[in-house]
Design a protein around this ligand. Structure first.
Ligand code: 1PX
Length: 215
């Protein structure tokens, strides 16, 4: 039915927002960044309840950022660049240890930013993998190369267990709801350079401002 089609995830819900993320002068629009993450949370939920603890954390972070986007200082939260400038200038960020600003936009976005690197690595493996390659292995390798370095042992353990129940590559491409595998691969090939650019611009900004280890 039309109603259930509405709820079905489609890969474009993730890729389109990331395509819209960059402004002409290469600033990252927070609105589209967050929209991309909303799509990812929806996708994760469609994979089943094993991923609930992951999607809840991501959804919570999305929610924090949406509140800034719609809040009284919305005009300061148009781009990641303006957010960083505003929060730093107004001392709204806990820089070295958790204090009075445990949910700053800067530290919240940093968590999603680190996860975006995982996504980039994972989607690249998915794109170039063969039909019988294991998504669980691709997922674990990407995770170990990125996010895992920021997670304590318990979280790594739980994530590793969740990866095991991922469907095989053909079924995984199927839930993306794009069409035949070649079409998914083409779409990923088109979108990955953009995700990668958004990641790199954010990474450079955070590095410049010394924000890569925010508590
Ligand atoms: C196009 C579809 C591709 C697949 C989409 C899957 C989307 C995955 C989204 C993962 C989002 C993970 C956000 C994690 C943020 C985080 O690092 N949070 C930790 C630190 O936060 P804190 O506020 O305490 O400083 C927090 O401790 C995390 C808890 C949850 C466990 C995170 C495990 C991450 C595994 C990432 C791989 C997801 C596997 C998806 C399978 C397709």
């Amino acid at each position: 039915s039309e109603a259930s089609d509405d709820q079905k995830f489609s890969l474009s819900e993730v890729l389109d927002p990331f395509k819209l993320c960059l402004s002409e002068n290469k600033e990252v629009y927070l609105e589209h960044y967050v929209a991309g993450w909303r799509g990812l949370v929806k996708f994760l939920n469609s994979l089943g309840s094993v991923f609930g603890f992951i999607s809840k954390d991501a959804a919570n972070k999305v929610h924090i950022l949406v509140n800034y986007l719609n809040g009284e200082n919305a005009s300061q939260y148009v781009t990641v660049q303006s957010m960083v400038k505003y929060e730093l200038e107004n001392e709204l960020v806990d820089l070295t240890k958790r204090g009075s600003h445990p949910e700053s936009g800067c530290r919240t976005l940093l968590r999603l930013h680190r996860a975006l690197r995982w996504l980039e690595l994972f989607l690249e493996r998915l794109r170039t993998g063969s039909e019988d390659s294991k998504t669980s292995a691709m997922c674990a390798e990407s995770y170990n190369e990125s996010l895992a370095q920021h997670h304590p042992w318990v979280v790594r353990k739980a994530a590793g267990m969740a990866f095991c129940v991922l469907p095989g590559r053909p079924a995984f491409l199927e839930v993306m709801n794009v069409g035949p595998p070649e079409q998914v691969v083409a779409m990923l090939g088109e979108a990955l350079p953009l995700i990668s650019e958004v990641y790199q611009i954010t990474e450079d900004l955070y590095a410049q401002r010394n924000l890569l280890d925010l508590p």
